[in-house]
Design a protein around this ligand. Structure first.
Ligand SMILES: [Zn+2]
Ligand SMILES: [Zn+2]
Length: 357
């Protein structure tokens, strides 16, 4: 089959100027674009023919060769192996042709917008007791959401955003260096593809306005400073569609005057008179509202640590708790009554006698 004439394919006269040729190609490319004619080989063939014709007629050197010698003069120049080959050769022409058109964006034109809202951080301070026992908190969040006044568009109601003059609606700018094509987010419109001439007064044209919202947070027992709780889907709304971000609650626990926390273990001190340390005793500790009995065995030494199993902070995400360590502070009276003195003297004498034997 003889190759069709390039001018005929594009439907232009032999003296058509570059602008006319481009317009003709644009019309055909729009019509036979593979994205618009999926699975239609005839359309694809026409698209290829038109592209080949345009590739030659838009190049002054090739056009001259073609005008003089016809298809022979090109010796196969200007042909395309496939549709992808056309796109890689004419990529930026297509983005120009399809400005603002969904088909123009498909082939690597605009980076996909995040389909998820931003995560939020909230810093929560808990008392020692709240952290140990767990608590419920109503948290007030100051966050941003789609502006209700302009419906997130950013333009004052009654006005419309204009197409960004820098990127012509693509949201990105393409730079060519040699064979490399670099696409970067448009600096003028930050990728939105449009500019706002009359910004919405409520959101100053950002399309997002602050509001406060209450979130109920359940803090499990056993949390500690540095932990964070994630509450799914309580973050910011995305600009369009998609899912909300998450809320992260960063925990800080106030220090207790009586308990020191070490992981899930707790450490406290208890004062025990020297006689009770010698004879043994049971003391009761107030563990933030819960009475805990601690057995002081006979002969407990000063600074000895006693372990009370399972009375530390609960583990998060599994059963059980750490331990409570009780450091015994043996108290020695500074003054004794006469009777007490006599008794201690007697005790002292008995000790010496025991040592001698
Ligand atoms: Zn607004
Ligand atoms: Zn732009």
């Amino acid at each position: 089959m003889a190759k069709r004439d390039f001018y005929e394919i594009l439907g232009v006269s032999r003296d058509a100027d570059v602008k006319t040729i481009k317009q003709a190609y644009r019309r055909l490319a729009m019509e036979y674009h593979p994205d618009r004619n999926p699975g239609n080989p005839e359309a694809e063939a026409r698209f290829k023919d038109a592209s080949e014709a345009y590739g030659v007629l838009s190049d002054p050197e090739k056009r001259e060769l073609y005008d003089r010698y016809g298809h022979e003069g090109l010796q196969g120049q200007g042909g395309f192996t496939g549709v992808e080959d056309i796109f890689s050769s004419f990529g930026d022409i297509f983005s120009e042709f399809f400005a603002g058109d969904i088909f123009g964006r498909r082939r690597g034109s605009r980076p996909p917008r995040p389909a998820r809202g931003a995560d939020l951080r909230y810093d929560l301070v808990l008392t020692f007791e709240e952290a140990l026992r767990g608590t419920k908190k109503s948290i007030e969040l100051a966050q941003l959401r789609r502006c209700q006044t302009c419906d997130g568009i950013g333009a004052e109601p009654g006005t419309a955003p204009a197409m960004c003059p820098t990127c012509r609606g693509h949201g990105q700018v393409v730079q060519r260096t040699g064979f490399m094509t670099l696409a970067t987010v448009c600096p003028t419109c930050s990728g939105s593809g449009h500019t706002i001439e009359t910004p919405c007064k409520v959101c100053s044209g950002t399309g997002r306005a602050p509001f406060t919202r209450k979130v109920n947070a359940t803090v499990p027992p056993g949390v500690d400073t540095g932990m964070r709780l994630r509450i799914g889907s309580e973050g910011e709304e995305p600009d369009s569609g998609g899912s909300k971000g998450d809320l992260y609650i960063f925990i800080t626990v106030e220090q207790s005057e009586r308990f020191v926390r070490d992981g899930n273990d707790l450490l406290t001190r208890v004062q025990v008179p020297y006689t009770q340390a010698i004879l043994g005793h049971t003391v009761e500790i107030d563990l933030v509202g819960e009475p805990v009995r601690v057995d002081i065995p006979p002969g407990t030494q000063p600074s000895e640590r006693l372990r009370v199993e399972g009375k530390g902070a609960p583990f998060i995400g599994r059963k059980g708790s750490g331990d409570l360590f009780v450091e015994v502070v043996v108290t020695i009276p500074k003054a004794l009554t006469k009777k007490q003195q006599e008794m201690v003297r007697l005790l002292d004498k008995l000790h010496r006698e025991t040592e001698m034997n």
